[in-house]
Design a protein around this ligand. Sequence first.
Ligand SMILES: [Zn+2]
Ligand SMILES: [Zn+2]
Length: 412
Amino acid sequence: MHVMLQSTVPDHCSTFALSDSNEKAWQQKCNHHHDDRCDRCELLNETFCAIELCIGEVNSSTIRERLLHRLQFHAKTIRDRKAHQLRVVHQDHARTTLLKELDTETVFIYIDWAMKWLPMRYREAQRDFFAKRGLSWHVSYVIRKSNSDLSSQSPVFGQSSSSQRSITSVQTSAFKSDLQLLSSQSGLHPTPFYEHKTFIHSFDQCKQNGKIVLGIVRDLFLRLKRELPGVKYAHLRADNAGCYHGSEILLSTAILHKETGIWIKSIDFCDPQGGKGPCDRMAAVTKCQIRSYINSKNDVTNAAEFCNGAASTKGLEIHSSVVDLSYNDKIELAGISQFNNIEYTEGGIRVWRSWKVGEGKTFKWSELPTVKSINQLKSLYSPNTKSQWIAETSKKGTILLSSLLESRKRVF
Ligand SMILES: [Zn+2]
Ligand SMILES: [Zn+2]
């Protein structure tokens, strides 16, 4: 099915489907009718009806009831799955809209914990394999828009005197010449383009909770601000895990801004497996690097060795970290699990259950509890604090905006 923000097919109209019948602030009326039909969606309902008819013809009432029960169970699973897909597509509009509107003062950040890393030695006895405790590592994938004229950057990019950088500069210059070609053909200034860089924080041991994540976000903001003093705002995107979707992160905007100079403009949550792709991708690339590092006779058994193994990954800055957990104050905001999209302004916050469906509920800052202190993250070791940003390019070197912004439409 093709889910859209607006559709005259009721099953395809995500605004209609996600409008909350119990909460006025989260209701949205469509200015069209929902009187069109989709053959494929109808077919699903017809199939359920047809199966039900068949079941009705079974003689034994016990078997009939059992089959009917099973049908209802499976129909619900399929409908839930369809609803999940619809939410994924709908919430993805938040991402594509924000990326399109990104300016040079704002960064867009995906945050996610990667699957724990099990310590691994080059030569490993079978008995070592058991009773291992995994290392936690957290991935932050940052996208920024760069407006700078590329020709003025050539002193930075062009000098390939340092041998480490030669690969990057060859690729960058390929990209640059394509871009210059593009702009010379069109006679326009170089098109603004997107760059990304990934920050990984690895830990020998840590809980994956809101306080740790807040320490990570603070550290990330400080590093971004130091490197790009012009950055003032950030959009965050995470999945529904409790460490993100909790009061700790949602109510820390003011103190984060005070301590780092970066203000969170919005936080969006997506269904599991629905839109943190870049973090998964970088985690996979990093794991590949670490495996080949182990294959060249190294061990990766702790957070520092993990950094060394990952260090050669392009566009990655990695830190072996600890968070000093001295603050333990609890903070609560009722109904928070329903807030999937949050916008922060000077006056307060506006929250939605589904992205831009309805006016949204507003809270003034004076009505909200706020986080008073952040547990500080310390970087114990980093092999690559000077890693470069990577332009979002395709293999041919053309700008990959289309794929970056491509929204998910096809679902069924
Ligand atoms: Zn509609
Ligand atoms: Zn359909």
